[in-house]
Design a protein around this ligand. Sequence first.
Ligand SMILES: [Zn+2]
Length: 225
Amino acid sequence: MPFPQSLIQGYRAFLDGRLRREQDRYRELGETGQAPEVMVIGCCDSRVSPEVIFDARPGELFVVRNVANIVPPYQPDGQAHGVSAALEFGVAALKVKHIVVLGHARCGGVKAFAEDAEPLSPGDFIGKWMRLMAPAADKAGPRGALSWPDYLTRLEQANVANSIDNLLTFPRLRQRVERGQLALHGAYFGVASGQLSVRDETTGAFVPIAADQHARLFTPPSASR
Ligand SMILES: [Zn+2]
């Protein structure tokens, strides 16, 4: 099967657009190396690309993506840990100043966890990975009178908070936070609405940002999520 035509066309558009405009920057980044100030931990979901949402230029974001934007707790057991390796590099080597955990609406991973859907056998990877969300479900509390979509939103946001808590289990990372050298943030992207919310560190609530600009540009979507 040949290399996808859509990717070739996309690359041609990149050549005509971004590379033409920013070739000096690419050259400079190639020579001096990257020095991003922001690390983003996001979901693999194709609708939630951090570089697109934050209109980021090359060299600006250090991004790690996985199913449901999960940070596993610190576990120095000699095994290979992808997120932990990226954190080690981002925090110790690049010395990023901010880490943003970016959750989103309609997250398939969170939904699968909530529905206890087990499309794969227990030996497969996604089931074990999603079990890392169990503390987030505890944080979210029982569904109670919430509608199913509202409960999923709560769970998606609790999952962001849980990832932030797990970030703090990494000793060197925690040390940098306590010294004021690193800040941790939670954010949440509404896929249907395009609205980004940022977690208030004190209340834990997710507050829409640039809401006035968003309201001017978009008519309310039929679904708020
Ligand atoms: Zn997701």
